[in-house]
Design a protein around this ligand. Structure first.
Ligand code: ADP
Ligand code: ADP
Length: 233
């Protein structure tokens, strides 16, 4: 089942008299349940593409169909609604609220979804247990290790049952051992049927994905099935 269909999308930035074609023409179909790594040199358009895929931005040309919805020309408010429902984000820098507990960080997206406090807490508790942090519920980010912080962020990304997890360099701030642990967690999430798109600079990390898309100069340079998926377990 097609989850993401992008057809010939472009994104240009106009700064004064200069026009930067961050994405020239990109077409991509991603099915439900895929685990895709997005690679490419700095400036090749990865962040621009991820921002569009994550409904943080819209293309200046072309079409983006997400889960059957054409999001290509939506207003910011409409995009925000789709984003809250369909997308879970994981960032390199974790992006947790520093003064909030793990439970409150994970429960945050449920506030926008309109859930009651009781339901939010129960679901966040369960989500933290699912990432192995059932005993870190009342801790704040500065009381957790980098790997634990990223687990909190992963639990938060999953709390709304999004149709896609977008992970932007999720292991970029972690040591090798912790990176492998986080990749193991993403593999587990993928094995439950979730769709994951991961940006990484690291070849080792990309090898955990089942498909690798390489970008260059605003174009997809290469898109192939990874025959020898590296698994943590
Ligand atoms: P990557 O994530 O692969 O490093 P980006 O998508 O960030 O690539 O950038 C692609 C190109 O678009 C680069 O030339 C970058 O300078 C430019 N760019 C990205 N964001 C902006 C922006 N907000 N304004 C102007 N130019 C931008
Ligand atoms: P980088 O990969 O350059 O370190 P980040 O991973 O922090 O950057 O952010 C990637 C993109 O996601 C940026 O364009 C940023 O505007 C956007 N972003 C960052 N934090 C959030 C957030 N909490 N919610 C929604 N979008 C965000």
């Amino acid at each position: 089942k097609e989850l993401i269909t992008i057809k010939d999308i472009g994104r240009k930035y106009v700064i004064g008299t200069e026009v930067i074609h961050a994405l020239k023409s990109v077409s991509l179909t991603i099915n439900k349940g895929e685990f895709v790594a997005l690679m490419g040199p700095s400036g090749s358009g990865k962040s621009t593409l991820m921002n569009i895929l994550g409904c943080l931005d819209t293309p200046t040309n072309g079409q983006y169909i997400l889960n059957g919805i054409d999001v290509s020309r939506m207003s910011d408010n409409e995009l925000a609604e789709v984003r809250n429902k369909e997308i879970g984000f994981v960032f390199q820098t974790f992006n947790l609220l520093p003064r909030s507990t793990s439970l409150d960080n994970v429960a945050l997206p449920l506030i926008y979804a309109g859930a009651s406090k009781k339901e939010r807490d129960a679901r966040a508790q369960k989500a933290l247990e699912n990432v192995g942090l059932g005993n870190r519920v009342t801790h704040k980010p500065n009381e957790l290790s980098g790997g634990q912080r990223q687990r909190v962020a992963v639990a938060r990304a999953l709390i709304n049952n999004p149709s896609i997890i977008l992970a932007d360099e999720p292991t970029g701030n972690l040591d090798t051992k912790t990176s492998i642990e986080i990749m193991g967690l993403l593999e587990e999430i993928h094995s439950k049927g979730n769709t994951i798109i991961l940006v990484t600079h690291e070849e080792d990390i990309a090898q955990h994905a089942h498909r690798i898309v390489r970008m260059r100069d605003g174009l997809v340079e290469n898109d192939y099935v990874n025959e020898e998926v590296k698994s943590v377990s």
